[in-house]
Design a binder for this molecule. Sequence first.
Ligand code: ADP
Ligand code: ZN
Length: 363
Amino acid sequence: MGEVRVSLADHSYTIYIQAAGLKQVGRLMQEMPFSKKALIVTDANVSPLYAGILADSVATAGFIPHILVVEPGEGSKSLATADKVFTKAISIGLDRRSPIIALGGGVIGDLAGFVAATYLRGVPFIQVPTTLLAQVDSSVGGKTAVNHPLGKNLIGAFYQPQLVMIDPLVLDTLPERELKAGLAEVIKYGVIADAGFFDYLTRHADMILKRNPGVLAEVISRCCQLKAAVVAQDERETSVRMILNFGHTIAHAVEGVGGYSEYNHGEAVAIGMYGAALLSSSLGLCSTAASTAVQQLLAAMGLPLTAPGYGINELLGYLARDKKVVDSKVNWVLMQDIGRVTITQDVSEEQIRVVMSQLTRTN
Ligand code: ADP
Ligand code: ZN
């Protein structure tokens, strides 16, 4: 079905988007210069659903799959869990040409990718993302990381996979809330880079929420193409890639104030995008019609727009601490229209406060 080529300076790779693609992973591995052993890293929710199918595919192709199951959830993005993966890798004798395969959501991709980047100074890495969020976001771009008790994603590396297999059928079992979280990032691509895609999403919102496999495959391919194009221009996030941060400045503040538990990442991004849209129209960068269109699509996908009751000062405190802040200036990604954004530092605290008060209003 779909293939997206990610072209990077010296490590290009292909993302396959294929119904029942889980069964094709072994065959694709045969075309690569791998040794026999492979380590599948997954979590306790995904393992009973899909690890067997993937391991069979890998074994049938002549490899020896080992499976390591970790606890589901952000808590596993830690050095302690990474250490368990290292221990497993060493004890099964994984060598420089043995692939590590991430089967799961963003947590598993980040964790297994971090281990693949550092074990023996780097072993082959394969991504089989199973959440919509991971399929459209973390599987393209090569960011891997674990968290530190003092902050998220602080320890990691840029490390590209050899291959990514996206099987849209695995989304059938994804909890509703996780599906919607992924849709926030999907909408982001329309807003930052593709008005036609934004329209497509508006017209197909119902089919997407009903998990129509053809529509989902189309949506995933488009997002991967858009992200691949951005990442190819700016592998290490120095310039263009910043547009992928649309909605994320406020999102990180909302996640922080909520202690990373009340809203998940996608929900926080939805709130952040609504905030960024409001800020864009209030600054006169885009029309009210454009910011309203963003609001309506987010609402149609069942995403939250506001974080009622959150403290404005607390949110502002988090803005200043965001990792993307350079020289204590926030780089705001703001809309000029649907499909077009600009980056500016020229936003006053007063303007931010006005938007924050809209986002935190309790009625
Ligand atoms: P994300 O991709 O959103 O960063 P996680 O890796 O934390 O997130 O995955 C979100 C949750 O969904 C986890 O509890 C994970 O075990 C579960 N999960 C992942 N993929 C699937 C799937 N295809 N079906 C059912 N549950 C899944
Ligand atoms: Zn995000």
